[in-house]
Design a protein around this ligand. Structure first.
Ligand code: GAL
Length: 414
């Protein structure tokens, strides 16, 4: 069933990018209709969650010596953002293959629902929790319950602000922002070109602990150029809270971008770049630029995640780059960490050496804290820049995506 939902979202996203980038400018109405289709598909996917969130008992059964009948609760935020479908699928697949029972839920981006979903996992007697939080602070009560039951918790991708969290598995979030900022810096040749250039920012969900890291990484990289006047934020909107996007929603990013374009660029002011923290927001911004920006220059637009619709936009020159995070590897780290926790092994960088993964991962006990003075030992993978030039090498060669009949990249899992 999950496959069907993913297919639905992907089909709609595909329709969106086709309309957004198709032929001679596509046409605004088509683009709008396709956005609606994508939104409806995502909503439908979210609506379906109640029935498909929990795999049927038969699906989760099947243990081998490795998992030894233990059950892992995997709590994902939502199916309406493409990447979490991939994360949920990889985690489920890999834990099951190692002989664990799994309970997988998606909580429709609703913090209360995620609390309930995890509470249900606890009452079903899970041995370990893997949680990608919707709201890093709202999970406190249920994290405390898990702690009281001595259930280990791995904060997956997004940190949860609760000291019962045992470990954090993610990518180096600050570096994601640095990569985006550096891309803009190099594309505009800020160290050499005369400028000035005009830029706008779109950040992520304030409830997501990662969003600030992404934004700060990008802002710290570009700030020197803003301060010396080489880069100009025409709207003046440089504060995280002002440029943040509730729940990373495409429509929210689209609305704000349209407002900014109407207020500050309709007089013919040139827009050179729009730094977006991820792909779902980049989709909204690209659409606004395509339909509402008066200039005819290519606008540099950044993203993150390698969502299928955005990869199409990159191929078509509508988006410039995405920061790709190999979530299949994030799932591998999570599985090996979970095994070590459940086996009672000592956990430090020796886990990385012993695992012999074919990808880079750092053990970091300094960068993240669940509360003041309470650092959370973290396993951090390395994000990578994907552009039109290296797409196939970075995404197709390792097997994350395949080239479809139409020449665009398609997901290979789900
Ligand atoms: C972040 C995550 C990103 C992106 C975003 C939207 O927490 O690290 O990869 O997916 O959420 O869901």
């Amino acid at each position: 069933m999950k496959k069907k939902t993913l297919a639905l979202i992907l089909a709609a996203c595909m329709a969106l990018s086709l309309a957004a980038c198709g032929g001679n400018g596509g046409g605004k109405d088509e683009t709008k209709a396709a956005t609606q289709a994508a939104t409806e598909a995502a909503t439908q996917a979210a609506d379906n969650q109640g029935t498909e969130a929990q795999p049927a008992e038969g699906e989760t059964a099947g243990t081998t010596a490795d998992g030894a009948g233990k059950t892992v609760g995997i709590s994902m935020p939502t199916q309406s953002l493409e990447r979490w479908n991939r994360d949920g699928a990889y985690l489920d697949e890999q834990f099951k293959a190692a002989g664990y029972n799994t309970i997988v839920t998606y909580s429709d981006n609703k913090a209360d629902q995620q609390v309930n979903d995890i509470q249900n996992m606890l009452s079903q007697g899970v041995d370990l929790l893997v949680v990608a939080a919707i709201d890093g602070e709202a999970l406190n009560p249920v994290m405390n319950d898990a702690g009281a039951d001595n259930i280990p918790i791995i904060a997956y991708d997004r940190l949860i602000m609760n000291d019962n969290v045992s470990y954090y598995v993610s990518f180096d979030n600050y570096t994601v922002g640095v990569l985006q900022g550096t891309y803009v810096k190099e594309a505009l040749d800020l160290d050499n070109a005369e400028g000035p250039f005009n830029i706008e920012f779109t950040a992520g969900d304030p409830a997501d602990n990662n969003a600030g890291y992404f934004f700060n990484g990008a802002m710290d990289t570009l700030k020197p150029y803003i301060e010396d006047g080489k880069l100009n934020v025409v709207s003046g909107q440089t504060e995280f809270d002002v440029v943040a996007t509730e729940q990373w929603q495409t429509d929210v990013a689209l609305d704000r971008a349209q407002n900014v374009l109407a207020s500050y660029y309709s007089d013919g002011t040139k827009l050179d770049a729009w730094l977006c923290s991820n792909d779902s927001t980049a989709l909204g911004v690209s659409q606004a630029v395509t339909s509402d920006y008066a200039g005819d220059n290519d606008v540099i637009i950044t993203g993150q995640d390698g969502d299928v619709a955005n990869l199409r936009n990159i191929k078509d020159g509508v988006q410039s780059m995405t920061v790709y995070k190999a979530v299949a590897n994030e799932a591998v780290v999570t599985l090996d960490l979970a095994k070590a926790i459940l086996n009672g092994d000592t956990i430090d960088e020796s886990l990385i050496t012993a695992a012999g993964w074919g990808f880079a991962c750092d053990y970091d006990t300094e960068s993240y804290a669940t509360s003041e003075g309470h650092n959370c030992p973290s396993f951090l993978l390395v994000p990578d820049v994907v552009t039109v030039d290296n797409m196939e090498e970075k995404l197709v060669t390792p097997g994350y995506y395949k080239v479809g009949d139409d020449g665009y990249l398609e997901a290979t899992n789900g």
